[in-house]
Design a protein around this ligand. Structure first.
Ligand code: TNX
Length: 781
């Protein structure tokens, strides 16, 4: 018996080893998930398997690329392919072959059962090819522990690929919130997987200086730290008070940066440093106030600062020496051809007052302070050019005349970029819509607070760095495109990943893949599987594209609501409930608008293969006693926020956290006073008044809401006053219901007064200016 079993085991082992040598797989099209999509792909019918017998044959220069993949096999596969400098192209090898005909970043990949041949002209091309191999491999290749029972195979395939643009960028703001070196290193790895080749580091902004400059130590001793007010709304934070300790921040030493630069270089990523000037640099003026017009003193802003009037003095030659010294250290560190000098959003009122600046305007025969900014940038450009580098700046550097060699990064739409390209300058397109990743990627109610704006992944995918209005000649000056993650509302790496991924995947395809090869259907299918790779990599990406959003339409005659549900990635079925229970895959499947005639809570989510894909949408729909009854506003609504007109407060549709969604009416510096005519005497038990607070937008809850009733519209009796306990500087967007219940009265007319606090509170950065109140609905039950 024992003998028999042993024999059987031996037989099985032999069988297994024979079959494993010969084991092949035919991959299906939908198993080949490549983002960005290569220009040309021909899928074969078999596979190539990596094992410890695999040899990489490549020139020394390219060995780091092979090493990176080998390191992954070592960890995830528990085997180590070998690497050889040159040699015969034996079986089971990956051969790097130089092909000088190919463009810098282009490559071809030809995979047979026995061999992989990679052709490229440069490091960049080989690197890109290996990223494609990385993506062809099972996602477990990203594992940081041994992944058992994985077949390390890729399909036999022919790929020839070349990026559409040479600037495929991502900007990380590390000033508003410091991001530790460890995160930047992982970010570089994540970006390289997507064949992004520029990482623009926004190292300076008002709220923090993040790069060690040996000659000016106070830049980081003072400029890298601010008072910790992280618990308060970004735009409503108090200034640093005398004696208060600045403890929040951080910076990179020059050694840190060297490490980051080298790590990026090995991954075909150039780091572009940005040193903001003449504005967005209060942190450096807090350290060295002598380079401002007024001489200070200044403190490092603890949050939002607007407008930015304290800027470098353009009339003082010492300012330029200071900046040139800084740039000298920056250029010694960063090999990047491009040096970003910011240039955005300078308010020049101090320049208008400053005797030195006025003198400069006269002696340089400038017309105005706009031309003084142009003088400033041109002078800096000369210095940068003298070191063989190229200046790049935000599109404001166009104002007052563009510096002769400058490259423009266009952020206020495409306009600046088009203008610069037409003048023969190179441009990088990064229009706020859709390239700003600090903007929302899903419905505001389901997202953490963001900067405003709406850039969902489908919109990012549609991005084309070449605007349709551009001439062919101008289009040649478009180096490419870039997404920017500003971090006013992004406190750390986890949140940064959430805002960046998976939108980076859409951007990557928009800047790599030829227009004709782009296909949203393919991308939106592929991205689902790609997310499994993110999971293993530990990227805490957003699943917002799987969330459900509801659109509501009111039928005034029938007093009924039609609610339609959608999700961005389209294909997954939506299941919903109307009884308050949590939806499951067994709940009714949404197929047509849901008609509501009475107060209802809808809960909905998308599902695929038994798994809930996004968050549960919970929305209350209130058809109530005041629905579409006449409303008279005693105090005029702000023309900016009129909502849907007269019936907004009684249309049964609640406002979302998006205060511009058309469901909110607003008053600036004034109360709201409305009279609702219920048209008959009705028994009223409860009145709810919905209001929104967003301290960063100078919107505060009413201090109190007073509710009065009348049967004749003349004599009113006070029913009660409702207050709240939300702090005025509280973070985020808060929707608060003011509820008065147990009224139990027959009522015809209701008067509602929402009391505005009048002026923004002291300590808030709008202190003294008119405060807003926002109201969405008066619900009568
Ligand atoms: C505008 S884009 C800015 C940044 C902000 C961003 C917020 C640019 C050159 N300036 O300072 O962080 O908007 O979206």
């Amino acid at each position: 018996m024992q003998k028999k079993t042993a024999g059987l085991i031996l037989f099985l082992a032999v069988l297994l080893s024979v079959t494993s040598c010969q084991k092949h797989k035919q991959f299906k099209e939908d198993e080949v998930i490549l983002i960005p999509q290569p220009q040309k792909v021909e899928l074969g019918t078999s596979s190539f398997t990596f094992s410890k017998k695999t040899t990489f044959i490549c020139d020394k220069e390219f060995a780091p690329i092979a090493q990176q993949l080998i390191a992954k096999f070592k960890v995830a596969g528990n085997f180590t392919p070998t690497i050889k400098n040159t040699g015969e192209t034996t079986k089971n090898s990956v051969v790097f072959q130089l092909n000088k005909q190919l463009q810098n970043e282009a490559y071809t990949l030809s995979v047979s059962e026995e061999q992989i041949i990679v052709e490229a002209a440069k490091y960049a091309g080989f690197f890109n090819a290996v990223q494609t191999i990385r993506q062809l491999l099972p996602e477990q290749i990203e594992s940081t522990t041994y992944a058992k029972n994985v077949d390390w195979w890729i399909p036999t395939i022919q790929i020839s690929d070349n990026p559409r643009f040479k600037w495929r960028g991502f900007m990380q703001d590390v000033s508003r919130h410091f991001m530790p070196k460890k995160y930047i290193l992982s970010l570089i790895d994540y970006l390289s997987l997507h064949k992004i080749n520029k990482l623009h580091l926004h190292l300076v902004d008002d709220q923090g200086w993040r790069i060690e400059i040996k000659k000016y130590p106070k830049l980081t001793e003072v400029g890298a730290w601010r008072v910790d007010h992280e618990d308060k709304a970004w735009d409503g934070r108090p200034k640093q008070k005398p004696g208060e300790k600045a403890t929040y921040g951080g910076f990179y030493t020059q050694d840190d940066l060297k490490e980051m630069i080298a790590y990026a270089q090995a991954r075909n990523i150039t780091i572009i440093p940005e040193i903001e000037m003449p504005a967005h640099t209060t942190c450096s003026l807090a350290a060295y106030p002598e380079y401002s017009c007024s001489g200070g003193p200044f403190t490092v802003p603890t949050g939002g600062l607007w407008p930015i009037t304290d800027i470098y003095c353009a009339g003082n030659d010492a300012t330029f020496t200071f900046l040139e010294d800084i740039l000298t250290e920056v250029m010694a560190l960063f090999p990047s051809q491009y040096i970003h000098i910011g240039g955005d959003e300078a308010t020049k009122t101090e320049w208008e007052k400053c005797p030195k600046c006025r003198k400069r305007v006269r002696t340089e025969k400038l017309k105005n302070v706009e031309e003084l900014q142009s003088y400033f940038i041109k002078r800096i450009e000369k210095f940068i050019n003298s070191k063989g580098r190229t200046l790049i700046g935000w599109d404001e550097i166009l104002e007052g005349g563009l510096a002769p060699q400058a490259t423009v990064m266009s952020w206020r739409g495409y306009k600046g970029g088009i203008e610069a390209a037409e003048q023969g300058h190179d441009v990088v397109m990064t229009p706020g819509s859709p390239c700003y990743f600090d903007h929302y990627q899903g419905a505001m109610d389901q997202e953490p607070e963001a900067w405003g704006g709406f850039n969902p992944i489908s919109k990012v995918y549609q991005f084309d760095p070449v605007h349709k209005s551009m001439s062919a000649e101008a289009a040649k000056h478009v180096l490419g495109g870039q997404a920017n993650l500003w971090t006013e509302k992004v406190p750390g790496p986890k949140h940064a990943m959430y805002m960046s991924f998976p939108r980076i995947a859409a951007l990557a395809e928009a800047v790599w893949t030829e227009k004709a090869n782009k296909d949203w259907n393919r991308f939106s299918t592929n991205i689902r599987k790609f997310l499994q790779r993110y999971d293993i990599m530990g990227i805490s990406y957003a699943r917002s594209a799987f969330n459900v959003t509801a659109k509501t339409k009111l039928n005034i005659e029938k007093k009924q609501l039609a609610v339609s549900l959608t999700s961005e990635l389209g294909d997954d079925p939506i299941h919903y409930t109307v009884d308050g229970s949590t939806p499951t895959e067994q709940s009714p499947r949404y197929s047509a608008p849901i008609i509501l005639k009475k107060p209802t809570t809808i809960k909905a989510a998308t599902f695929a293969n038994g798994k809930q894909m996004g968050k549960v949408l919970t929305q209350n729909f209130n058809i109530h006693k005041a629905t579409v009854k006449p409303v008279e506003q005693k105090i005029a609504v702000s023309p900016k926020y009129k909502g849907q007109g007269a019936l907004t407060l009684v249309n049964s549709i609640r406002g979302s956290k998006n205060l511009a969604d058309g469901e909110w009416q607003a008053w600036s510096g004034k109360n709201m006073e409305a009279i609702v005519d219920l048209q008959h005497k009705l028994k009223v038990n409860k009145v709810t008044v919905g209001a929104l607070q967003s301290a960063g937008s100078w919107v505060f809850l009413p201090t109190k809401v007073t509710i009065m009733a009348s049967t004749d519209g003349m004599l009113y009796q006070k029913l009660g006053t409702v207050k709240h306990d939300v702090a005025p500087l509280a973070k985020g967007i808060i929707i608060n219901d003011f509820v008065l219940d147990q009224i139990n009265k027959e009522i015809r007319y209701l008067k509602v007064i929402a009391h505005n606090m009048g002026k923004c509170p002291k300590d808030h950065n709008g202190a003294g200016s008119d405060a807003w109140i926002f109201l969405d609905e008066i619900i009568v039950e």
